[in-house]
Design a protein around this ligand. Structure first.
Ligand code: NCD
Ligand code: ZN
Length: 350
């Protein structure tokens, strides 16, 4: 922890966010729009957002849900399926879509329509290489015989490395990385011979290890996918983020679920961090004595990776404790945030 008590940074963006759809949108967007200028909106709705037309309509609903006067900009990505065509990729590019998301079938919330075999997507992936459209990957294999804690490391060997070799021009974002294997893979990847690669990192994976899911009992609000890992993995993520390496940037993966669907015999995966994302990240960088590296991670590297301009507005945080509310309204239900009812060390000033 340093003696710095106020941080002023270029306004950040969230490169991985779930805001769902319908009546919950205004409640959720307000939290993100208070901190972030832009966010990549994940397409795992039911049914998934698979075409440019669906994405543009969804974008309009998000824009309409913003607080009055707020200029938050949603960035849309499409859900890759076995049936995505090269034509759909070109249409998406023309419509301003910023990427395609690979969910291995069955990997996580609403991923039933996900890809069963990447070979089926070869022409779509070639089209993405040709037009510089990034592929965002949920990096887990889903075979029942792979241990849930090993799914990301196995994905690197079985899927990611062959994919980069086969589609050498493909630009890839390894989403919400959770292991030292993923951190090292992205850090050391050869981007001369193969496409550019980046990775997003969530606040929960830098703040907690897997003990958090089981402290004194089962704690569903610490359950997300990919699942929290061992301490050595948490430390590896903090290390690469705090090193100032521009391949690593902010993506909260804030994933709201109604309270009753998390506190349940078969609870949904997802941590809700939209309300306090920047204070949580500040805590991580502060603890690593790297507050001066927060701006690159939160506000520069993602925009640079996606070829978008950096924001010009500022965000100010100050070292001031506050209690995280127990829950927030979410349409006709409520959502419980990560670390509900406990202390936060940083506060957003404006
Ligand atoms: C996400 C969700 O709920 O949509 N859940 C999660 O645990 N992260 C899906 C995802 O990003 O995998
Ligand atoms: Zn996600």
């Amino acid at each position: 922890m340093s003696a710095v008590n106020t941080i002023e940074i270029c306004q950040p963006d969230d490169w991985h966010l779930h805001v769902r759809d319908g009546e919950v949108l205004p409640d959720l967007i307000a939290h993100t729009a208070k901190q972030f200028a832009r966010a990549i909106i994940m397409p795992n709705l039911k049914p998934p957002v698979t075409t440019a037309e669906l994405a543009l309509a969804y974008k309009q609903r998000i824009l309409a849900a913003r607080p009055a006067g707020n200029l938050f900009e949603p960035l849309m990505v499409l859900y890759l399926t076995d049936n995505t065509t090269a034509e759909q990729v070109k249409n998406a590019k023309d419509a301003g879509v910023v990427g395609f998301k690979l969910y291995p079938a069955g990997a996580t919330t609403n991923s039933d329509a996900g890809v069963t075999d990447l070979a089926k997507c070869a022409s779509a992936l070639q089209a993405m290489e040709a037009c510089g459209m990034p592929l965002l990957v949920h990096g887990e294999v889903t075979h029942a015989d792979v241990d849930v804690f090993d799914r990301e490391a196995v994905f690197i060997d079985q899927v990611l490395e062959p994919l980069r070799k086969k589609h050498a021009g493909l630009k890839i974002v390894f989403e919400h990385i959770t292991t030292k294997q993923a951190a090292q893979y992205v850090r050391d990847a050869d981007t001369q011979r193969y496409g550019a690669i980046g990775a997003t990192i969530t606040p929960q994976h830098m703040l907690y290890n897997r003990n958090a899911i089981f402290t004194g009992g089962v704690r569903p609000h610490y359950y997300c996918l990919p699942i929290l890992k061992r301490e050595e993995h948490r430390l590896a993520l903090v290390d690469v983020a705090a090193s100032g390496n521009s391949r690593f940037f902010l993506g909260t993966d804030s994933a709201p679920h109604a309270k009753g669907t998390k506190e349940n015999a078969c609870g949904c995966a997802g941590c809700y961090t939209a309300w306090h994302a920047m204070p949580l990240y500040a805590e991580v960088f502060d603890a690593a004595n790297a507050l001066d590296r927060l701006e690159g991670f939160a506000s520069h590297f993602g925009a640079d990776f996606y070829g978008l301009s950096r924001n010009t507005a500022k965000l100010v945080l100050k070292r001031e404790q506050q209690i995280i509310p127990e829950e927030f309204p979410m349409g006709s239900s409520t959502v419980v945030p990560l670390r509900a009812g406990e202390m936060l060390s940083w506060t957003i000033v404006g």
